[in-house]
Design a protein around this ligand. Structure first.
Ligand code: F6P
Length: 328
């Protein structure tokens, strides 16, 4: 039976992540392949409310697979949180003859999509795009892998100067409330300690570990701190705390910040985004909606958006053990 969906919109929403362009490209090209019209929405839900649309074809997304950021721009839109804002957005979509949309973003963007679907019965599919990797129903989000490589690269550079001066560095990484970036990049960069929100082992343990590092003859120490960690101290306060209790250490702080969100997407993120874009369009054409595309055990999966935003992702406890052993 022919699908009722003839025109699909695509938008990026919330914090950008590397690989979002590859996902946009995939949605646009899959629409072209399936002979379905495709419309870009600029500036996330804000652009939807304002009718900031542009027709796309396969050529509109030439040479973007390798670009960081999002060509469609992104926004965290307050107005879409209101029923009035969503009504305006719905009117714009209907006026443009759009039958469904694919939103590439994080949990806030998915929550908006789910409410919109509930209010108007409008078909929506989510593609998880965030560096935080904090979405339930997918092992990886688009952008996480690239962010990890950026962080590891930065810490490698910090290590050079740290060991030249026998210094200890606290390196703060992003991740909002979760420690996936800190834990994975910490192990990948050979950090001595990793502080994550999911497991607060306390400051005493940190001091003990740093003492052991010094005694064992290490020339530098890196402590990776997730921005949402639960020690009750930020990286600058941690520096003061260690200087006070372990004056043998010369301590510095580096907050990596938004460099973690930019840059050329890794091959992993490009492939992931391409696979997810295909599945998103195919799912809409099959008449399904209110689902998020994910990846589990290398297979592309679908999870109800309601579960994706409510569930909590779990950190890999094995990595904590590996970090402990490696920092011997
Ligand atoms: O969700 C992605 C993220 O980069 C988080 O890691 C971070 O806490 C937040 O966005 C920063 O948001 P903004 O760019 O609005 O400052």
């Amino acid at each position: 039976m022919a699908s009722k969906i003839k025109k699909i919109a695509v938008l990026t929403s919330g914090g950008d992540s590397p690989g979002m362009n590859a996902a946009i490209r995939s949605v646009v090209r899959t629409c072209a392949y399936m002979k379905v019209e495709c419309v870009a929405v600029y500036r996330g839900y804000q652009g939807m409310i304002e009718g900031d649309f542009e027709n796309m074809n396969a050529r509109s997304v030439n040479n973007i697979i390798n670009k960081g950021g999002t060509i469609l721009k992104s926004a965290r839109c307050e107005e879409f949180r209101t029923p009035e804002g969503r009504k305006k957005a719905h009117e714009q979509l209907i006026a443009a003859g759009i039958d469904a949309f694919v939103v590439i973003g994080g949990d806030g963007s998915f929550r908006g999509a789910m409410i919109f679907h509930e209010e108007f019965g409008f078909p929506v599919i989510g593609i998880p795009g965030t560096i935080d990797n904090d979405i339930f129903g997918t092992r990886y989000t688009v952008g996480f892998d690239t962010a990890l490589n950026t962080v590891v690269d930065a810490i490698d550079k910090i290590r050079d100067t740290a060991s030249s001066h026998n210094r200890l560095f606290f390196v703060e990484v992003m991740g909002r409330d979760v420690g996936h970036i800190a834990l994975n990049a910490g192990v990948g960069a050979g950090a001595e300690e990793i502080l994550i929100p999911e497991l607060n082992l306390g400051l005493e343990r940190l001091l003990e570990s740093l003492k052991r590092s010094k005694i064992s003859g290490k020339s530098s120490s890196i402590v990776v701190v997730a921005e949402g960690d639960k020690t009750g101290k930020n990286v600058f306060q941690l520096k003061e705390y260690v200087e006070e209790h372990l004056p043998i250490y010369d301590v510095r702080v580096s907050v990596l910040g938004h460099i973690q969100r930019g840059g050329t997407p890794s091959c992993f993120d490009r492939v992931l985004a391409s696979r997810m874009g295909v599945k998103a369009v195919e799912t809409l054409l099959e008449g399904k909606s209110n689902l998020m595309v994910g990846i589990m055990d290398s297979k592309i999966t679908l999870t109800p958006i309601s579960q994706a935003i409510k569930g909590h992702t779990k950190i890999d406890k094995e990595l904590i053990r590996v970090c402990d052993i490696m920092s011997t």
